[in-house]
Design a protein around this ligand. Structure first.
Ligand SMILES: [Zn+2]
Length: 139
């Protein structure tokens, strides 16, 4: 095989990998943007309301609500600190019940128990949390 031909195959493969990866990430981001935001979901207005929703949604997943501290922050995330989980959501368009469900699903699937590789995060943890947060689909 001619080296130029090999180079052409590699070039073409990289191009399609970038297109497929970009489309995948775009679809994931758009799904979150449309179905997890206040466009279709209930906005959370207060700390009391946040704790109430965390209680309801955590119970649905069989999670211990006493081990989850929920609060508002400038970013939405969940992390494990010792035996407790810190669940933070933004006070804004993404501060919804669907976002709470999304973050709780990370706890349910133990995504917070170890450091995720970037591939595991984008190809497994994030899409399944998005599906549960947006549509209630458990994978
Ligand atoms: Zn997530």
């Amino acid at each position: 095989m001619d080296p130029n031909e090999i180079f052409e195959y590699i070039n073409e493969s990289i191009k399609w990998l970038v297109i497929a990866g970009g489309s995948y990430l775009g679809a994931l981001f758009c799904t979150q943007l449309i179905f997890q935001t206040t466009l279709f979901r209930r906005k959370i207005h207060s700390q009391t309301e946040l704790e109430e929703i965390v209680g309801i949604e955590a119970k649905k997943l069989g999670l211990d609500t006493t081990s989850i501290n929920a609060r508002f922050d400038v970013e939405g995330y969940v992390k494990k600190d010792g035996k407790k989980h810190e669940l933070c959501i933004r006070l804004g368009v993404s501060g919804t019940d669907a976002t709470v469900r999304h973050e709780l699903y990370h706890i349910f699937k133990k995504d917070t128990d170890y450091d995720l590789t970037i591939l595991r995060y984008f190809l497994l943890a994030e899409p399944r949390a998005t599906l549960y947060g947006c549509f209630g689909i458990k994978l």
